[in-house]
Design a protein around this ligand. Structure first.
Ligand SMILES: N[C@@H](CCC(=O)N[C@@H](CS)C(=O)NCC(=O)O)C(=O)O
Length: 201
């Protein structure tokens, strides 16, 4: 299978972490939106990465659909809980972490526009999504070891990828200073090999 993604995409990293956890071999095709749009749009009409191209030619997007498909393919390190309650909890946390990434990506794109065209109001709305999202995650975790159920899941993969993306792109948010529960959780979970080997630099 082939994974088409930008190396710094938090959504692409989520998929790379899942592939690493499951020890699935794949070919990485690096493609950046804005630079390789023609290639990306050939596979995904939305022009977004990541995209997974299976050996039989089937194309899968977005990152959540890819991650769930990979979890179905391999029993190694199951990432979507089998029971309904923890499964919905895992998917909701994945949606929240991905939504924070959407807001962060939107801010990064806005700051690349000419200064005169940038909207302070738009950026404040995106910042609100990020800070409310982080506060919700901080209170959800409390004393728990994992975000969903009693095991590492796609929720944890998504949250770690999101936190690392904020550090990379929006370090002024300084989330680790404001959310001590998330900070300790991040430190502990980030020791997993799949997270270390995919960490963006
Ligand atoms: N919901 C999508 C989001 C993917 C996404 O927004 N990717 C960004 C890169 S980080 C992208 O390709 N943006 C290009 C665009 O929006 O045109 C997913 O989970 O895969």
């Amino acid at each position: 299978m082939k994974l088409i993604t930008a190396l710094l995409s938090p959504f692409g990293r989520k998929v790379r972490v899942v592939l690493a956890e499951k020890k699935i071999d794949f070919e990485l095709i690096e493609a950046k939106p804005g630079e390789n749009d023609e290639l990306i749009q050939t596979y995904n009409p939305l022009g977004k990465v990541p995209v997974l191209v299976l050996d039989d030619g089937r194309v899968i997007y977005d990152s959540s659909v890819i991650a769930e498909h990979l979890d179905y393919l391999s029993p190694v390190c199951k990432l979507y809980p089998a029971d309904q309650r923890p499964m919905i909890s895992a998917k909701r946390t994945e949606a929240l972490a991905d939504g924070i990434c959407d807001a962060a990506v939107a801010i990064v794109m806005e700051t690349r526009r000419p200064a005169a065209l940038q909207s302070t109001d738009f950026m404040q709305r995106q910042h609100g999504k990020i800070t409310r999202g982080l506060a919700a995650l901080e209170s959800q975790l409390e004393e728990k070891r994992w975000f969903a159920g009693d095991a590492y899941s796609i929720a944890d993969v998504s949250v770690i990828c999101m936190l690392d993306y904020l550090d990379l792109r929006l370090p002024d948010i300084a989330w680790a200073q404001h959310y001590p529960v998330l900070q300790q959780y991040h430190q502990r979970v980030s020791e997993r090999a799949a997270l270390i080997e995919t960490k963006p630099v």
